[in-house]
Design a protein around this ligand. Structure first.
Ligand code: AMP
Ligand code: MG
Length: 396
């Protein structure tokens, strides 16, 4: 049986290779960028006036009273200061007039008329005026040709703005894989039905579909009965049409847990079966020769969800970061397994604490509604003290 670390490593090393599409800029939000984005010019592309006011040459003017000779609006070609002892009124977003290096805000002077000449009479102390102020220098944010966005990031409105400014009207994005969610089990009925005394409604496929929906990934759901021939035939068909299969149930030691054997019969390569963890020990992972990926997760809802969050999500969502929490209550767990305990997080003195909700085990998914994630207690230890820091698998 392999460790959690090894299992995750194998999963991450065997991801589905996504194809690339070109889409209009706005359709790329929420998708994964499939190309680097470069600055087509400096950021900003010219010395940009950052405040409405007066531009002048700091070393050449009388900082009490400056004659105004012109006005430079945003969107106008650059003007030139004719008399270096004078100034030019400027608007935010305008190119700084040639000969000027400093901008004073309108709030810091009054305009007075003296015959035909307008003057700026400065109302703040000279020491408060700094050479170069309120000028956003060309290339001070980014230089032309610099990589602005790296391939592989998730596109959000900030990235859309950057791509708009460099003129990317068409963007290369990764295609989202086609995912099939397959629940198995003769005891399961769909949610519109009233279960008989010995049946339950299926919840796993809905839980996983919802988790995928939250990251913008659509999936098709199937339900298969615990019947070898049916499983073989249906899985064969589904594998043809989908890139990633997420199965739940039928991977443990029960007499009708046919899934691992059927997957092998279908010619899939088993990359692991069983992970030293609780819950989710019977998890199976493999791939087809064509690179399609199969996650067969145990059916107990807490196990299904933990395995999904720990192993499946990181392959679909590049934004998942390693997080840690401080356990707020001692837990003793002797088996040589990594123990994932549902926890509710909260802040105390600026630190993220985790309150365990042991519940009644891997079938107690109602327990998850009180929690935000799982604290990951490593297999090597048996006593996990209050105040110790551990990994955190977030689901909320
Ligand atoms: P299995 O992994 O097939 O042995 O199932 C383990 C437990 O999880 C059983 O109690 C099943 O009834 C339950 N289970 C399996 N699949 C689902 C599902 N789709 N929704 C809710 N519970 C399930
Ligand atoms: Mg089952």
């Amino acid at each position: 049986m392999i460790s959690v670390e090894e299992a995750l490593k194998i999963v991450l090393a065997n991801q589905h290779e996504t194809t690339v599409s070109e889409v209009p800029l706005l359709s790329s939000v929420g998708r994964i960028l499939a190309e680097n984005i470069y600055a087509d010019r400096d950021f900003p592309p010219f010395n940009r006036v950052a405040m409405d006011g007066l531009a002048f040459c700091f070393d050449e003017v009388d900082l009490q009273k400056i004659a105004i000779e012109n006005i430079q609006f945003a969107g106008e070609a650059q003007k030139t200061l004719q008399d270096i002892s004078k100034g030019i009124e400027v608007m935010t977003g305008a190119i700084l007039p040639l000969g000027c290096d400093t901008v004073l805000r309108y709030e810091d002077f009054n305009i007075q008329q003296d015959g035909k000449v307008k003057f700026a009479c400065i109302s703040i102390p000279n020491e408060e005026i700094k050479k170069g102020q309120n000028v956003h220098l060309q290339g001070s944010d980014r230089k032309a040709e610099e990589v602005l966005l790296q391939k592989g990031i998730k596109i959000s409105p900030a990235e859309i703005a950057v791509m708009a400014t460099v003129g990317k009207s068409i963007v290369k994005v990764q295609n989202t894989p086609k995912i099939a969610l397959i629940s198995t089990g003769d005891e399961l009925v769909d949610i519109e039905e009233t279960p008989l005394a010995y049946q339950i409604r299926t919840s796993n496929a809905y839980m996983l579909a919802a988790a995928l929906q939250q990251i913008g990934v659509a999936a098709t759901t199937f339900h298969l009965i615990d019947e070898e021939k049916v499983l073989y035939q249906k899985l064969k068909e589904i594998i043809e049409s989908y890139d990633i299969l997420l199965l739940s149930g039928g991977v443990s030691a029960g007499k009708k847990d046919f899934v691992p054997a059927i997957l092998t019969d279908l010619g899939l390569e088993k990359l692991f079966h069983k992970v030293a963890q609780k819950p989710g020990k019977p998890m199976w992972f493999g791939k087809t020769k064509a690179g399609k990926i199969i996650f067969a997760l145990p059916g107990n809802p807490v196990s299904t969800f933990l395995c999904f969050c720990k192993y499946v999500l990181p392959t679909l969502n590049s934004e998942i970061k390693h997080e840690e929490v401080i356990l707020d209550k001692e837990i003793i767990f002797k088996p040589d397994l990594t123990y994932f305990v549902p926890v509710k997080t909260y802040f105390e003195a600026g630190k993220m604490m985790a309150k365990p909700f042991l519940g009644s085990g891997s079938a107690d998914f109602a327990n998850l509604t009180d929690c935000d994630g799982f604290v990951e207690l490593p297999a090597e230890k048996q006593v996990f003290k209050a105040g110790e820091i551990f990994g955190f698998v977030r689901f909320r």
